[in-house]
Ligand binder design. Structure first.
Ligand code: MG
Ligand code: MG
Length: 260
């Protein structure tokens, strides 16, 4: 069942997702060599609560923290820990909020200090593929158009698309129908309609697409231990066009545009 949102609901989704964007901006301020991912979790948790919302990941199927922090070969669902970020790492930060009953969800892969050109290219392509996918999320296109666009963009550059994890509908629940794969066929899948809210979140690997789940039961990493990147926006199909509800503008205020 795909829930189409009313204007009022989309407005509430804007608030929840703007808060996620602001929280990612707070993370951008403190990411540096020597900082632990648990410290990042604390920054996000405090900021979300200070803004009258709740971190949606905390306790979700038993997840122990308020953000996911996935370093280097970790794809997604990394558990914040005492690991100290070091120069050259990349760390994907995924954040969810619930504000006034509606969910925000967005993710960004950050560089820690100076990162190799090769890895920066992966980040750049993944972020660009997200926007390419969003561009085709217009009324009367299909979910498969989004996935096919992302897949083509990344594979053309020699990267691979994780299959086991996908984007999703979002609203009162963090995960709603439909699934939004980052691969697929043009013209296939559910029809995109006004009022649909979806999280699009390419997870793109430098090496093979294969993944494994670590013993902690959460952390997803690449099987070949090559780096992976993850960027996510929540969007609404509104007046026939995609409206990005989350935002990277608070990150860009800190890091500047075009950091990679
Ligand atoms: Mg997310
Ligand atoms: Mg998501």
């Amino acid at each position: 069942m795909i829930y189409l949102k009313t204007e009022e609901e989309i407005e509430l989704m804007r608030h929840a997702n703007r808060l996620v964007g602001k929280t990612l901006g707070e993370i951008a301020k403190v990411i540096a060599p020597g900082v632990t991912t648990l410290e990042l979790d604390k920054v996000a948790d405090t900021f979300i609560r200070d803004n009258g919302a709740r971190p949606s990941f905390l306790g979700y199927s038993g997840f122990p923290n308020s953000i996911c922090a996935s370093v280097n070969e970790q794809v997604v669902h990394g558990i914040p820990s005492s690991y100290r970020l070091k120069e050259g790492d990349v760390v994907s930060i995924d954040i969810g909020t619930v504000l006034n009953g509606y969910n925000g969800d967005s993710a960004y892969t950050f560089c820690v200090g100076e990162v190799s050109e090769e890895v920066k290219r992966l980040l750049k392509a993944t972020k660009e593929s997200l926007y390419k996918g969003i561009e085709v999320a217009v009324e009367n296109n299909r979910i498969g158009d989004i996935g096919a666009t992302i897949q083509h963009y990344c594979e053309e550059r020699g990267y691979s698309v994780v299959r086991e994890l996908v984007g999703h509908g979002i609203g009162k629940e963090m995960h709603e129908a439909p699934e939004v794969p980052n691969y697929g066929k043009r013209g296939y899948g559910p029809l995109l309609r006004n009022g649909m809210c979806i999280a699009i979140e390419p997870m793109i690997n430098m090496g093979s697409r294969n993944i494994v789940i670590e013993k902690d039961g959460w952390t997803v990493r690449t099987r070949d231990k090559k780096p992976s990147a993850h960027f996510e926006h929540t969007i609404a199909i509104h007046n026939g066009k995609p409206e990005i509800l989350s935002t990277f503008e608070y990150i860009e205020e800190v890091l500047g545009e075009g950091e990679f």
